[in-house]
Design a protein around this ligand. Sequence first.
Ligand SMILES: [Zn+2]
Length: 264
Amino acid sequence: MSKRWSKGLVLASLLVAVGLSGCYEPEPRPRIIGQDRPVAMPARQTAPQSRMLGRSVQGRPIVAQILGNGSDTTLILATIHGDEAAGTPLVRKLADHLAANPQVLEGRRVVLVPSANPDGAAAGTRENIRGVDLNRNFQTANRVDNATNGLRPLSEPETQALQRAIQEFRPDRIISVHQPLDCIDYDGPGRELAAYLARFCRLPVKKLGARPGSLGSYSGEHLGIPTVTLELPAGATGLDEARLWSLYGPAMTAAITYSLPASK
Ligand SMILES: [Zn+2]
């Protein structure tokens, strides 16, 4: 065989081998030490999932961010009254904090709704765009039907979205951020949680009484979920995010770790 033929044969064999190699299982990848060891999955915990709960009257999305995949669930929502704006950046900052501190999420799930009344927030009004106070629109024993509360319970898509979220996520506790009453109110079995949160901020606990058709009347009184209303002062609007977080961030994280505070 000439040298030329010999070279051609080697080349052809190589080509066949390369062609055939596609038919076989590839070489197993080198094992990474510790790869198969069961480990906590902070990446999974920290990657927030977004869920659209529904849309406002004007079509704005009402979005929940879900962090963590544990069983102990805290639902935190803000700005169900559209002109109580400070809760929205506070809850967004909380999402950033949890993503950066995934150990807080171990065994827990946190559902955040930074803007529960996006039309009202855009318009700067307490009510939604149809003039209904969403925090009077829930189906409760004490509700009163009228134009401001809604002519029937759950008449508003925003309220429906929040009720669906409560039914789906079945939170162990609920925090709703409001202004401007400068206190911590509670509904249902929320007294201990309210007192606990008061240790982490300067807001005093005050029992204001369940309002007709309010979220607290529904989730706290009717469903028996500890429900706390964090009433920030009027001056909280306009505070920069860092100041807002330094004043109220510790109480927000305390709400999440409330159930197992000793181990965290
Ligand atoms: Zn309010």
